[in-house]
Design a protein around this ligand. Structure first.
Ligand SMILES: [Zn+2]
Ligand SMILES: [Zn+2]
Length: 126
């Protein structure tokens, strides 16, 4: 199935491809425009690449990696990100200003979870 090599290989913004948000196990993807808009804003402020380490997850994959049940990753509302050469606290402050509804601060693993959940603002730290 050679066609599948290029599945999701399309730009959804100047600096983001849909494939970056796809589930690693099945290439399925959901991406809410609200999440994308905020990530574009972040990319613009940072003026450097924002790496999506986890975007959409099918429920099988989410279970496999030990994600929480009903994770916002499973409905295209969340992304975990890494950015090179920036302190995680500094990155967190910028994300706070962009006002993501959910922000998880993963100090040891050095990444942020960002989401646009419809419920109240939530913050956590690991
Ligand atoms: Zn999958
Ligand atoms: Zn996450």
């Amino acid at each position: 199935m050679q066609m599948l090599n290029s599945i999701n290989n399309l730009k959804v913004a100047r600096h983001f491809k849909l494939s970056e948000f796809a589930c690693p196990c099945c290439n399925r993807v959901m991406l809410h425009p609200k999440l994308l808009v905020k990530l574009i804003e972040l990319r613009k402020i940072l003026e450097r690449p924002v790496y999506i380490t986890s975007g959409y997850r099918c429920s099988k994959y989410n279970h496999q990696i030990g994600g929480v049940i009903n994770s916002y990753h499973c409905i295209g509302l969340a992304a975990d990100i890494k950015v090179k050469d920036i302190n995680l606290i500094e990155l967190l402050e910028i994300c706070e200003n962009i006002d993501f509804a959910g922000i998880g601060f993963y100090e040891k693993k050095n990444f942020l979870h960002l989401d646009v959940r419809p419920t109240k603002r939530t913050r956590w730290r690991e």
